[in-house]
Design a protein around this ligand. Structure first.
Ligand code: SF4
Ligand code: SF4
Length: 179
């Protein structure tokens, strides 16, 4: 570098820094600078969640998981994996997820990093096996897309069979009627 430039450059930097002023804070002794657009930890409202799993499908790093047992569906949020993209908020059909500006997430207890929402599965009135759906999911679908037959308390497999039977009987016409 040119020797004159070598002297002038640091002076230029000093002038710029002087004009800009102080841009850092003594965190954690001072309040951190958190803008309104900052994306932090998410919160899931257990009273609103219907257990549909849309957020799980949308979550890039698998911070959200749906753990299924015989009669339960458990939505698990692991903040240690979360990249705070908030895609889950966009896809949740019932607005059960909200974003916060919380970022101070360090803890001595790893269990603090998990949130769980447990749903009971609906028992199919036809085959009596637990369905993969929750009562809230069925209510949501029923309200959005009501259909004439009552498939509400049936598992997907029995619902499919009932639907095929209903379509076949409509095509065939009333029992005993000849074409
Ligand atoms: S904010 Fe992004 S990474 Fe975090 S749980 Fe939601 S979708 Fe997954
Ligand atoms: S998308 Fe919303 S309603 Fe569906 S499981 Fe996730 S939080 Fe629950």
């Amino acid at each position: 570098m040119n020797p004159v430039k070598k002297i002038v450059k640091p002076l230029e930097v000093l002038v710029i820094a002087g004009k800009t002023g102080k841009v850092t804070v003594k965190y954690p002794f001072e309040e951190p600078l958190v803008s309104p657009e900052f994306r932090g930890k998410i919160e899931i409202d257990p009273a609103k969640c219907i257990g549909c799993g849309a957020c799980v499908n949308a979550c890039p790093p698998n911070a959200l998981e749906m753990i299924e047992s015989e009669d339960k569906k458990t939505l698990r949020y692991f903040v240690g994996r979360c990249i705070f993209c908030w895609r889950c908020i966009d896809v949740c059909p019932v607005g059960a997820i909200k974003g916060t500006r919380e970022f101070e997430l360090a803890t001595n207890d790893p269990m603090d990093l998990y949130d769980y929402i447990v749903h009971s599965k609906v028992v199919c009135e036809e085959c009596k096996h637990p369905s993969s759906e929750t009562a809230r999911m069925l209510k949501y679908v029923w309200e959005k897309a009501p259909i004439t037959e009552n498939y509400n308390n049936k598992c997907p497999e029995c619902r499919k069979k009932s639907f095929i039977k209903a379509v076949a009987s409509r095509r065939a016409g009333p029992i005993g009627e000849k074409a």
